[in-house]
Design a protein. Structure first.
Length: 88
């Protein structure tokens, strides 16, 4: 897994995780966000819930995820995320 790459923090400053990956742990039980931070990188999280077709506008997309965002942000912060990314 990339979060176990020795010296990765010397090459990149942060990593954007998805909901599924921020909940995962290394084989030794260390959460991915903690492993990233321990290597000198800043763990982040993608917080939108995806792009969906926009009603009444064929070919156009709308990004969803505002519902419940406050609670998700609090949870992600507790898990170690230090920045958020929103798809535009």
């Amino acid at each position: 897994m990339i979060v176990t790459t020795p010296g990765l923090g010397e090459c990149i400053s942060g990593a954007i995780l998805y909901d599924e990956t921020i909940r995962q742990k290394k084989m030794d039980g260390t959460p991915f966000a903690e492993a990233i931070a321990n290597d000198g990188m800043i763990p982040g999280i993608k917080v939108d819930t995806g792009a969906k077709d926009m009603a009444g506008h064929p070919g156009e997309k709308i990004t969803e995820g505002l519902d419940g965002l406050r609670d998700r942000l609090a949870e992600y912060s507790q898990m170690g995320a230090r920045f958020a990314k929103w798809r535009r």
